[in-house]
Design a protein around this ligand. Structure first.
Ligand code: ASP
Length: 335
């Protein structure tokens, strides 16, 4: 039987309604296991209760705790499952994919839309399927939710009620649940490497969504003196206002301070092609970095991670634009 480590971090799956009818995390998540007694038929499971949080309270310090908890136990288990709230699950899964370098075992993140104690909860099936996936020869951080297993750093929460709450817009699912468990060909299955913890993140970054009417002054106000990186979530292929009321002054100001500046897109499908229109072209010519087809979550966390890996501008740009753990589609293979 495979040995699986189940790490608990909270989320709706363990929550209960308080006297006011509001969902809140319990002080201990141990009662969750009472709802899945048969899970021990799939694998030999050890539970680790890390914290019990609504995932909106999870931040980069918690990512590090989770990554370290996995690394410490790495040799003792065949796979890892993490229970987590859905609100920031895509962020955590993305962060772990960068923090756990050379991963050669499955790290499967799951949760549910309804508390496991509710009769129609999706928690039991999600948890069971997550453990099944953790017994497979998968070598990546993935989210098991509803009917799909998807790459963690490609995932996006798109619904707070649908039982298939996550999509992976620019990467096909790693597995689609059916009568048999099948993994897609692009699911990573490399083997026999020692995990390498790379948990340093620089979190002093500004994430600026472009909107009609945005001004240079507003942008500069969002970039205080100690800012180490900026992401512009631009329109379409990486476009933004360039006319009389354009934002080129703010962008030039930021880039000229030597702050790595990324252009990502508000479009969920497809990626930045910043040669296509004048806005993107302007950013590229001034030295901005492209997020290509990364999700906004990945664009943000990868910048934090690259800044933690190097302080050399050229190296940060090179690393950011390289496919590190499947978070972007390399140009030649893009449809
Ligand atoms: N607020 C909850 C959380 O992210 C939502 C959920 O788990 O579905 O912890």
């Amino acid at each position: 039987m495979k040995r699986i480590c189940l790490l608990h971090t909270g989320g709706t799956i363990t929550m209960f309604k308080n006297a006011a009818g509001v969902l809140q995390p319990p002080t201990s998540g141990e009662y969750l296991l009472e709802y899945v007694p048969n899970i021990t038929k799939i694998a030999d499971i050890d539970n680790v209760f890390l914290f019990q949080l609504d995932s909106s309270d999870i931040n980069p310090r918690h990512w590090k705790v989770i990554a370290e908890a996995i690394a410490e136990r790495y040799d003792r288990y065949d796979g890892f499952v993490i229970t987590h709230g859905t609100d920031t699950m895509a962020y955590t899964a993305t962060a772990l994919s960068f923090m756990l370098g050379n991963l050669s075992k499955p790290v499967i993140v799951t949760g549910s839309q309804l508390p496991i104690s509710e009769i129609a909860s999706d928690g039991v099936t999600n948890l069971i399927n997550a453990v099944r996936m953790a017994c497979e020869p998968i070598s990546e951080v993935a989210i098991m939710f509803g009917h799909h297993l998807i790459r963690g750093n490609r995932s996006k929460k798109v619904s707070h009620f649908n039982l298939d709450a996550f999509i992976s817009p620019n990467c096909l699912p790693l597995s689609e649940l059916g009568a048999e468990l099948r993994l897609a060909d692009h699911c990573m299955v490399r083997r026999s490497k020692q995990v390498q913890l790379q948990t340093d993140l620089v979190t002093d970054v500004a994430f600026i969504k472009i909107f009609p009417g945005i001004t240079n002054a507003f942008i500069l106000g969002m970039v205080p003196p100690r800012t180490r990186g900026v992401i512009f979530e631009a329109y379409g292929t990486g476009n933004f206002p360039l006319g009389d009321e354009g934002i080129q002054e703010a962008m030039e100001n930021i880039i000229s301070q030597g702050i790595p500046t990324v252009i990502s897109t508000q479009c969920i499908y497809g990626g930045v092609e910043y040669e296509r229109y004048q806005g993107g072209w302007f950013a590229k010519s001034r030295g901005a970095i492209t997020a290509q087809d990364m999700t906004s979550e990945a664009a943000l966390i990868k910048l934090m991670w690259c800044l933690g890996q190097s302080s050399d501008d050229k190296e940060i740009k090179r690393l950011y634009q390289t496919n590190v753990v499947g978070e972007l589609t390399e140009r030649e293979t893009r449809p």
